[in-house]
Design a protein around this ligand. Structure first.
Ligand code: NAP
Length: 283
């Protein structure tokens, strides 16, 4: 009998920054599974061919990262409900010889919110989400799916309007000028823009109108503590950082490829924090 070792990989361009190999290697080792998780830099032109040859290359599936998530959505033979709603695929696997795609960002966003603020569903009725890009799309899906009203605020208003139209009756679109009154009514504020990330402009938002009990969630995780989270902590808000979302979104893929559901542990978090600190030069 031939026993094959399950292999998965992450495909992106560039892909050197991806932390997925570290976290999947951690789970493989701690769960005692003889699998591998590799990294492949794949150009836009090569991506469709690479994806379709995954089984030929001996892979059971993998993650898809920037800039291939929309192409993966088009290329897979079957999409689950989350991928369908979000319009992008970040996780693929083989099912009966067919390539299936999912998007686990909404799951990761909600799972981390649940673990950081377990009673959030009792208190969050209205959220303000800054941004209308790929991440905001997943978050709008995750929140509206839990019955939360979502005000999408974006620099390019038309993108927020398109996303709101796609996200259903619980979503609305607004310019930044509306923020003060939107924040006054919000139970949750999410930064889903790239602002505040190391190397990008800071996010300049006055969180003064927020209620003290409002949760502040920044999905940017480099640096670990963004200026938004620091300002929210200083005002006594419950805060949720972006690293947990990254860790939780990896769980469903691992379970598909390797047949065991892994856990997001403090030890895993510390491992990735160490890697981020190495990148940012923070102590
Ligand atoms: P994206 O599709 O490129 O969207 C970027 C968003 O940021 C857009 O809404 C854009 O507004 C806004 N933005 C960029 N520069 C701006 C500026 N100067 N002023 C105002 N708004 C600005 O990116 P994405 O994939 O959604 O990712 C967004 C961030 O989330 C990134 O930092 C990414 O690393 C992070 N992320 C984290 C996780 C996690 O697991 N924690 C997962 C996914 C993404 P316009 O529409 O006006 O351009």
């Amino acid at each position: 009998m031939t026993v094959t070792t399950p292999r998965a990989c992450v495909m992106g361009f560039p892909v050197a920054h991806s932390r997925s190999p570290i976290l999947h290697a951690y789970w493989l080792e701690t769960l005692g599974i003889a699998g591998t998780y590799e990294r492949h830099e794949v150009s836009v032109a090569d991506f469709p061919g690479f994806l379709h040859r995954l089984p030929e290359r001996g892979y059971v599936g993998g993650n898809v990262t920037v800039p291939h998530k929309e192409a993966a959505f088009r290329e897979v033979e079957q999409r689950d409900a989350a991928a369908q709603a979000i319009g992008a695929v970040n996780t693929v696997w083989l099912e009966g010889g067919r390539l299936v795609g999912s998007n686990t960002d909404a799951y990761g966003f909600v799972a981390h919110l649940e673990s950081s603020a377990p009673r959030w569903t009792e208190v969050v009725r209205q959220a303000v989400v800054l941004g209308a890009g790929g991440a905001a799309r997943a978050i709008a899906h995750g929140l509206t799916g839990r019955g939360v009203r979502v005000a999408l605020v974006n620099r390019t208003l038309i993108r927020a309007e398109q996303l709101a139209a796609h996200s259903g009756r619980l979503a609305s679109a607004h310019p930044y000028d509306d923020l003060p009154h939107l924040l006054a009514d919000a139970d949750l504020l999410v930064n889903a823009t790239s602002l505040g990330m190391t190397g990008k402009a800071p996010l300049q938002v006055d969180i003064g109108p927020l209620k003290r009990a409002a949760i502040v969630y920044d999905i940017v995780y480099v640096p670990l503590q963004t200026p938004l989270l620091a300002a929210a902590k200083a005002r006594g808000h419950p805060t949720v950082d972006g690293l947990g979302m990254l860790l939780h979104q990896a769980v469903p893929g691992f379970a598909r490829w390797f047949g065991a559901t892994p856990t997001v542990t403090p030890e895993l978090r510390a491992l990735i924090e160490q890697d981020i600190r190495r990148e940012t030069g923070a102590a």
